[in-house]
Design a protein around this ligand. Sequence first.
Ligand code: SF4
Ligand code: SF4
Length: 412
Amino acid sequence: MTWPKNSPEVDEETWRDWQARFGESDKAAGFDIRRDFQPFNQMNDMFTRAFWDPSVRSKDTDGFFASYRMEASPRRGEGFAQRDFALRNAAWAVSDIISNRAGEKGLREGFQGAIEADTPVAPTRAALMSPEEESIEIKRLARFFGADIVGITEIDERWHYTHRPDTRSMRPLEERLPEGLTHVIVMGHAMDFDLVATYPSALAGASTGREYSHEAAVVIQLATYIRNLGFEAVASMNDTALVIPYAIKAGLGEYGRNQMVLTPEFGPRVRFSKIFTDLPLATDTPRRLGLAAYCERCTICADACPPRALPRGAPDLGPDNPSAIKGVCKWTSDAEKCFGYWAKLKTDCAICMRVCPFNRRYDRWRDRLWRWLAIGPRGRGVAPGLARWWQARRGKRKRLRPRDWWKGGAAD
Ligand code: SF4
Ligand code: SF4
């Protein structure tokens, strides 16, 4: 079978332009991007391949998606009963309303295509403050609508999908955004600590669904505000562009071995949304906080992954797998093994999030003390060896039994 290419190949002029525009901030972010880099085609992500690629599609993957449409097959095993699937699907409900509303146009808004605006851009532009003041205001409003963390960075087309699927035919369509966009507002949405502690289970999937539903509301509300000011704003969740590099460039965290953005506020327990805009804004800078440095000598997530989908070694150019972006030296999962496990479970898995030592409650002094030892105030751990010893004594975070969660129990 032939794979859709992660096209287009990058010509010399484009490569030099990218080096000039992004080289410095790539260095600050710790990105190692090679000359054979190719922007990603969303046809190749696992969720899309599960619809068109016979090497991925199976009874299990069909059953995985069906279970979100109320065709869950409850089974023996704690956390997989009808009530667990019911809560998970209820948590997704608002996100589903948005992503299903333009299905007849071949669009799955928020996932395979940006969220379509219900509000036109006002014909008259509001008087603006300075970009710095506008950024402060936008962050305040993002938090008002419900985002937990917010950062701003410049548009970087390297992370934009070249194509998305037409969800009716699963044929590729060129991904297009309006002309003239300059900035991306990236928002983080913290997942519930106790529900995440119940991974793997259908119940735990409620922590993911709840944040997608939150994201949908927050990006629509903030984009509507910007459009009412007379500026373009495209509300986006997992669609249109890879959010991880954008979140890192916006200073929200660092890239971890578990393929997630590790944030100082919540560790990896965060989902991200974004808004593309031409509102003049001041940008944030990437921060080297010491979280990725901690990963260099930690393999807790990789050791805990049931299908062994996470790498244990140093960052590299990744497996020869169409779902891995080409030309970026980083920790890369075997996406086929990972999604194969999700399909068997009939729900998402985030064991690698649950067990990460940075997944803590930072409103507790002992967790703040551990973080201070591990990464220190300036990204140079105060005593990372002591943090590792403390972590090893404590052992990896245990699963909270779903039946205990239902009785009001909390994770340690
Ligand atoms: S478990 Fe360890 S290696 Fe994995 S992301 Fe967390 S800190 Fe990094
Ligand atoms: S989500 Fe689960 S299967 Fe996938 S890499 Fe993490 S632990 Fe492994």
